[in-house]
Write a protein that binds this ligand. Structure first.
Ligand SMILES: *Cc1c(COP(=O)(O)O)cnc(C)c1O
Length: 398
């Protein structure tokens, strides 16, 4: 089938909950992808920061095929060796003590919210309140959706989960105002992703850590988008010299295989007892085998330096490319999680880029988001920039 046939049938049989681009992708290789009509693209979306080690990574293909020949699934009724190995690796990398696995970002955030509630109910503070932030994004299940401080995602789905209060991102004073004796935890993204690529200031994130110590609260970091090398550190919190009590990961963990992880300090993790939480597919042998290999690749010497180097290069080139434009407000981000904020909606620019063979996405209506694979080469970065530059010139002329 070509693009149009896929689209026609999709429109007939799929629910209408996505505003999709009018192409169907059928193949990928590294930073490149092809649509059903055979057109080639440079993919600077990586499936929204998922395919960190590139499309069809041969090392991932090999472990997935090996594991597929051994055991696909057995449930968490039994011990699963690749899951144990993955937990050990994640704990070593994060400095946290225990892992729980699920299949998506929303699910591990859901697990984190439940762990917070259970922890405080054991400590005589049942039904604790959770502080979340305006403009955040934590997923679409009802708990994660409630933590998501964006009205447009809430509308039509009320009543939401009780016990959430909201503060302003990068405004410590607004957090102090909502903390009461009922508060249990603060959930925050080190860089707001869907909300527009807004990095937390150092003062803000270290301040949240301090507030959590002071008022005996848990700091939950949602690193579903920022985690595992995306910002040039294995965890974005390393940029800030702090450690969370709970961290959640998903997008890039499986390199495209659906898997998410929640990590926690031992004292917090022990609030979960058998029967408290579970996931049929969570920590499945296929996903864990792949994720182990993803972590090995990201842990290779020079990988994080590479991400920082290419990220800084892209950022400075974007700054010089857009410096004279009146419609550009700011180029920002960390590592290979980059955003360009415009004074107008970027959807037409994204469409022009796609026509010219570059896949990019927005983060909110006015921010262009660039999240290429982490192992992108310098010349591939240049090719993407050249297309973007052409698209920017064309957009200006309109
Ligand atoms: C994408 C995202 C989620 C939701 O992940 P899903 O796998 O779509 O449920 C949660 N938090 C952040 C920060 C994200 O970027």
């Amino acid at each position: 089938m070509g693009n149009q046939e896929v689209i026609n049938e999709g429109q007939q049989y799929l629910m209408n909950n996505y505003a999709r681009f009018p192409i169907a992708l059928v193949k990928g290789d590294g930073v490149r992808a092809w649509d059903a009509d055979g057109k080639e693209y440079l993919d600077f979306t990586s499936g929204i920061a998922v395919c960190g080690v590139g499309h069809s990574n041969p090392a991932l293909k090999e472990v997935l095929e090996n594991q597929a020949g051994r055991l696909w699934h057995c449930s968490n009724l039994y011990w699963i060796e690749p899951q144990v190995q993955l937990a050990a690796k994640l704990c070593r990398l994060s400095g946290l003590d225990k892992a729980f696995f699920a299949n998506s970002g929303a699910e591990v955030n859901e697990a984190a919210l439940k762990l917070v509630r259970k922890y405080f109910s054991l400590r005589g503070k049942p039904g604790c309140e959770i502080v979340a932030f305006h403009n955040s994004f934590h997923g679409r299940t009802l708990g994660a959706l409630t933590a998501t401080g964006q009205e447009k995602y809430h509308r039509g789905f009320e009543p939401l989960v009780p016990g959430f209060v909201y503060a302003e991102f990068n405004d410590l004073g607004s957090v102090e105002k909502v903390i009461t004796e009922k508060t249990g935890a603060i959930i925050v993204e080190p860089v707001q992703g869907e909300g527009g690529i807004n990095p937390a200031t150092s003062k803000f994130l270290t301040g949240l850590r301090r507030l959590c110590y002071e008022f005996d609260l848990l700091l939950v970091l949602d690193e579903v988008q920022t985690g595992l090398g995306r910002t040039g550190k294995m965890f974005a919190y390393e940029h800030y010299g702090i450690k969370p009590d709970i961290v959640t990961l998903a997008k890039s963990l499986g390199g495209g295989f659906p898997i998410g992880a929640m990590l926690a300090r031992a004292e917090v993790a022990q609030a979960f007892e058998p029967g408290d939480h579970a996931s049929t597919f969570g920590g499945n042998p296929l996903g864990c085998a792949v994720a182990n290999r993803v972590l090995d690749i990201l842990s290779e010497e020079e990988m994080l330096n590479h991400i920082t180097r290419i990220g800084d290069y892209l950022k400075s080139r974007l700054q010089s490319m857009t410096g004279k434009r009146k419609d550009v407000k700011e180029v920002r981000g960390l590592g290979l999680l980059l955003g360009v904020e415009f004074t107008r909606e970027v959807k037409p620019l994204v469409d022009i880029c796609m026509q010219k063979g570059l896949l990019v996405i927005s983060a909110g209506p006015r921010v262009l988001r660039l999240v290429p694979p982490l192992n992108i080469a310098l010349d591939e970065a240049d090719q993407g920039l050249a297309i973007l530059n052409e698209a920017l010139n064309e957009w200006q002329d309109e």
